[in-house]
Design a protein around this ligand. Sequence first.
Ligand code: RP5
Length: 316
Amino acid sequence: MNTSLILVFLISLFYPCFSLKILSLGIKYIYEPTYPITLNTPFYKPEKFEGVHKKAVTEHPIEYPDRFPVPLNYISWNIDFRGYQPVDYTSAIVLNQPKWADPLDFDFKGKAFQSFQGNIELDPEGKPLNPIGRTGMTGRGLLGKWGANQAGDPVVTRLNPETKMLEILLIQRKDNHEWAIPGGMQDPGELISATCKRELGEETNAQIDFSSTPIIYQGYVDDPRNTDNAWMETSVIHVHLNENQANTQQIQASDDAKQAEWRPITKTLVDSLYASHPHFVRLTLKYIDPQILTYCTNYEEILKIQKELENKKSSH
Ligand code: RP5
């Protein structure tokens, strides 16, 4: 037994209050999960979305009509915007009632909407309101569910054995050709680790078990499909593969992916990623084992990306 343990034991004998305090701290640590306990991950406090959305106001998929223009300082629902006339749009794909979409006669009465962002406000008709603010569009667009549409995003990294660059497994999306984390929608009742395993397998053919990997982010996604009443949320998990583990993967694009590749993590690449994925990669670099980073040749680039994250945080 080491000396500090003996010391704690001796103090506890003489000061019962001290032992009670230690016990209550232990219980607090163990029983205070900050995310739904259905997620089978180690204890960890994931980050959530802070700040305003930009892509959800300024971008949209090709089939959407243009959004009603929302100046950045009018995004918040707390700001009075009298002339606000959002365009109402729900895609024919969603109106066709696929099994992943809410029914057309959805009953809003008394419905409580779940979100990682906290309480969801309702409009006068009982429709959920985007927790970050206005998007210039109502309806569901291409999203199936009213309110939060939950996804999983697996961030998979490796050190390239030849170039010693830190790399990330990415896909190029078929819908808008942007490079993205190979994530996808969570099926009802599915654990997020299972969503990530399934989506990664479908899009890149990689077979990875995420059952004990940490969640590094859980919250809103600044996705170009978002509307005032339907938006993307995600859980981001990370795994770093060693050389052997990475070599056994046969990467091949399929499903929604046009291409699937290991790409070196550079600032230019990270900045260009889909939706909030630049933020998710920056966050991952904050939590990745510093030992791994010191071995990579793009260490300087990575420090720059980490610094950017720190600056963004301190400016909020
Ligand atoms: C993003 O959309 C999420 O971060 C996730 O990567 C993705 C899920 O949508 P699909 O790829 O299934 O279209 O908001």
